[in-house]
Design a protein around this ligand. Sequence first.
Ligand SMILES: *Cc1c(COP(=O)(O)O)cnc(C)c1O
Length: 393
Amino acid sequence: MAFVSEKVKNLPPYLFSEFQRKKKKLMAEGMDVIDLGIGAPDLPAPQFVVDKLTEEAQKPENHRYSTYSGCQEFKEAVAAFYKRQYNVDLDPDNEVLAVIGSKEGIANLMHAAINPGDTVLVPDPGYPVYRTAVHLAGGDSVSLPLDRENGYVPLFGQVNKQIVQKAKAMFLNYPSNPTAATVDAGTFMKAVTFAEENDLLLVHDAAYDMVTFNGYTSPSVLQAPGAKDVAVEFGSLSKSFSMTGWRIGYMVGNKEVVQALAALKSNIDTCQFLPVQKAAAAALNSDFSASRKNNVIYQKRMKKLHGAMGKIGMQAERPNGTIFIWTKIPKGFTSMTFADKLLNEAGVIVTPGNTFGKQGEGYVRISLSVSEERLDEVIQRIQGLHLKEVTNG
Ligand SMILES: *Cc1c(COP(=O)(O)O)cnc(C)c1O
């Protein structure tokens, strides 16, 4: 371990790997394992985006380095998307930055925005990358506890004053991974006021901004008055357009923070391949019918699985967005022992809630990343476990 840094040695253990090992073993033994632990869409990227990629890849001028902050076509498409979707004006030159997926952007933002020893509030339960990003930048992450009773929205007035005074930044994420919670514009107004009052950088992760249904549309944090003074927002093509492997997203908002991340990144990477940026621009400039079509598919899966959950004694809210169901587990289990039981006895992989923070204990996250037929099979298998008796007994 002589060549490994303390930072890397101290990274949290990757909880999924245990399940993936078990999955391999069970599959080798002939079990038909259904993996609902994956946090990514199973649907393909829209054909017109693939066509645009191949068309742009034919042009030699696109084989060169991109400008560090992203090509004009992409940044203008992001600005136009914000105008159309949120009625938010963005200056493509100063308030938009291309990132190599929002995960990369989030990790590097911590290096650009905080100093070692700084405190950052992270949602608990929440996407594990926030915590790791803070750790890698030498900061201390502090849980922003979210609970079901409050719709997984922080009670800003009740956050420990001493912690808030010390904190430099706060992450939020709606529609949320893992809880599938969604908010209205009022929540972002409160969050912006809270950030203003406490000198916090508010970082909103909008990875699922376009993955919504049941008539719900997700607001942007930048719609809140004064947001550009304190907030940045990450967006991604990964979930909205099923483009996870393409590695393209953006950060928008506060000019100073956009410039800081741009300056840091210009020393680390040289942005994404131009054809990928141009294909992503085409997606953002499109009529979103491809996203809507996928959302109908997710909505149907959601309805099917959510309906069945109730019958097998697992309570869950009916989500208006994301590709996840966040559900309480039956009594007598921990998140881990329950996920283990599902894998060993039903051949179904779900993600234990405690993977997302202490507050996630007692829950599992179920991903809707398989077809309705496979979901029928999942429901049958879970029903076969007779969990209801366990719950009532
Ligand atoms: C998937 C996901 C991301 C990562 O998106 P990329 O743009 O592919 O890096 C970011 N945030 C959340 C909450 C996610 O679920």
